[in-house]
Structures are given as structure tokens and as C-alpha cells.
Design a protein around this ligand. Sequence first.
Ligand code: COA
Length: 367
Amino acid sequence: MPYAHITGWGMSVPEAVLTNDDISKMVETNDAWIRERTGIQERHIARDDQFPSTLGVAASIKALKIANLRPTDLDLIICSTSSPEYIFPATACLIQDQLGATKAGAFDLLAACTGFIYALNMAAQAIRSGSIKNALVIGSETLSRFVNWKDRNTCILFGDGAGAFVLQASEQPGGVLSAVMHSDGSGGDLLTIAGGGSRYPSTESTVLDGKHYIQMDGNEVFRFATRVMASATEEVLACAGLTIDQVNWIVPHQANIRIIKAAARGLKLPMERFIVNLERYGNTSTASIPMAMVEALEKGQIKPGEKIVMVGFGAGLTWGALAAEWTGPIPSKGHVRPEQYRFFARLRSVVRRAIRFIEGLLYRREL
Ligand code: COA
């Protein structure tokens, strides 16, 4: 049975930064309150021409470069997002087209902020089963588009960004060791974007009611999160046959520093074992775990052979954890430049659209 190794990683955030002071000019709040109650200092916000696919492609190219893999080597692309570009087509297909990943199946996965853990697990299981060899898993969000900038309960929390991992099959032991996924739909109403779906299709009245914005019961979500972070970590470790002492790093969903501190207390671990970067990005939902991982890897914090647990929670309600042994890229010959494929991907996309158009004309003439 092949093992599923994480062999490439990358992240991308929009350039524009929104500080707590900037937000205090929009709603009644202040920098001290936001820092104390959440740990967040600033977040990045996408420009009008930046979308989950834009950020996802940039993160993916970096991940492919580290894995030394061509887009055409990919068998599967899973994009985890709660702010997809459209209801359909899937953001994963937009990314597939922009990368030129001509042999990959592509789909979106929605498990809110837990999505990246779900998606990594799905890709790892596909590799473990032997059905595929190379997968790209992306967490990408522009949740700022769904934030009500007049609601101080939510607008202080969220930021935009993307993270991507390449997973590859290898006979060498290591990589993804175990994963657990949980849900409790009875808490679905605690965190929602209700408008624009098939229950509340967008109309003038849904927009006037603000149904297209994130609605959240912050206190209840907080209570749920502090309950599940430690328990999911313990459960995933038991599945992997590991004890907490054998784990080098916990990479939690970056929602609120007080939630992470509660998890540390629950697990009786010092905060030094937790990877945290939420002060600079806020809650980037499903992108937060890979973004925290990428920064830690770039700083040389996580080293080959170390064991890590990624743990998250989110709307749904969903929560889950994934344990992995870090191995890094699989040594390979040659030097792949995935960014060069972007030009050919664009060209291919234009040519395919043109062919489809001409074929359509000919077909209609035949009728
Ligand atoms: N600035 C200043 N005051 C604020 C404020 C803000 N941005 N937001 C709320 N307050 C006020 C409240 O009105 C309340 O005032 P009151 O006591 O006069 O009524 C007071 O601060 C305390 O509010 P409360 O909601 O109890 O604060 P909190 O400490 O629970 O923090 C959250 C609020 C939203 C930061 C916190 O509940 C949280 O992080 N929840 C989890 C959210 C989350 O992670 N969501 C994403 C899940 S993936």
C-alpha cells in the first residue's frame, strides 16, 4: 500500500493589508479590544480582480515547484473553499484550467474552516488506495466578499488567502498517518451565509435582509471550538498509535488565539508547540492551516522526520484533525518550472474555446 507524502507547499495572500485601526474607522471597535479578544492585528483583503482561483493558482505553482512536478503530472485537484467563485463551475476546475493540469479530475469540497483537513484526507486516501499518484489540495478564500463591514462581531475576524499542498505516492513510510472527520449539522445555524443558495436565491429582499453576509453566533462557536480542538487531536493521535509527547508541532485553525490557548491547556502543551500566524492574517478559513504550515516550513521550524497534527473546526458544524510525519519533497531528476506552463495553459484554454465555438457553428449548420 503506497504512502501519501506531502511533497510541495505554497501560499499566496493579496497585497492589501487592513489593520485593526482601519476597521476602527468603519465600526465601533479598537485595536486593543481586537488584539485582546482575538489576537488578530491585521488581515489581507483581495482586490476586486483577485478571486479564490487567482490566489489558489499562485499558491499551487509554488507547491508544484517545490515538489518538482508538472501540472500535467497531476491526477486530482481538490479545492476546499467556502467562498467559491461561482456556485458552479467548481473553483477547482478554474484552477485546473489556469494551471494546465490536463489529466486531473477536479472538484470543490465544502467543510468550511475544517475543509483543508477533509480535502487532505480525501487526497491521501485516494493515493493510499493506489488509484492515483499525484494530487493537489488547495484551501483558498476571499471571504471578505461576504463580510458585513458594519458588523463588528464578524468583520474583525476574517481575511483572504490561499495555501496549497502537493501529495504524492511513495513506498517510503511516512506522510499522512491518520485523520478524523466529524460533523454536527444541528449547529449549522451558528455560522452561515444563507443567501444565494437554493433556499434563499438572491433577490432584492435577500440582499436588503443581508442574507448574503456571514452571520455568526460568536459565543456559541467559541464554546464549540474550545471543546473539540483538544479532543480531535487526542483522537487522531490514538488512530496513528502516537502519544502527545511524540508530536513536535500542532498546527491549529487560526481563528482566535484564545481558542488555541484553550486547546493548549486541554492538551497540557506549552504554546511554543503551536504554530500561530493569525496576528498577520486573521481567520482565512480553510486556507489558515496550510498558510501556517507554509510559513513554518519557510522559517525552517518544521524539519523532516518531525510529527505534526493539523486540527480545525468550522461551520457545519465540522471539525477534524490529521496527523502526519514530515518528509519533504521526493528526490527527483530534472528541474521543472511549473510557472512556464501558465502561458501554454492560457493558450490551450483560448484554443479550446475557439474550437468549441467553431464546432458549434458547424453543428448548427448541419442541422
Ligand atoms: N469591538 C469592541 N467590542 C465588541 C466587539 C468589537 N469588535 N465585538 C463585540 N464587542 C462587545 C460586545 O458587544 C459585548 O459588549 P457588552 O458586554 O456591552 O454586550 C462585549 O464586547 C463582549 O462580547 P462577546 O461577544 O462576549 O465577546 P467575546 O469575547 O466572546 O469575543 C468573538 C467575540 C467573536 C471575538 C469571539 O466570540 C470569537 O472569536 N468567537 C469564535 C468566532 C470564530 O472563531 N468564528 C469562526 C469559526 S471558523
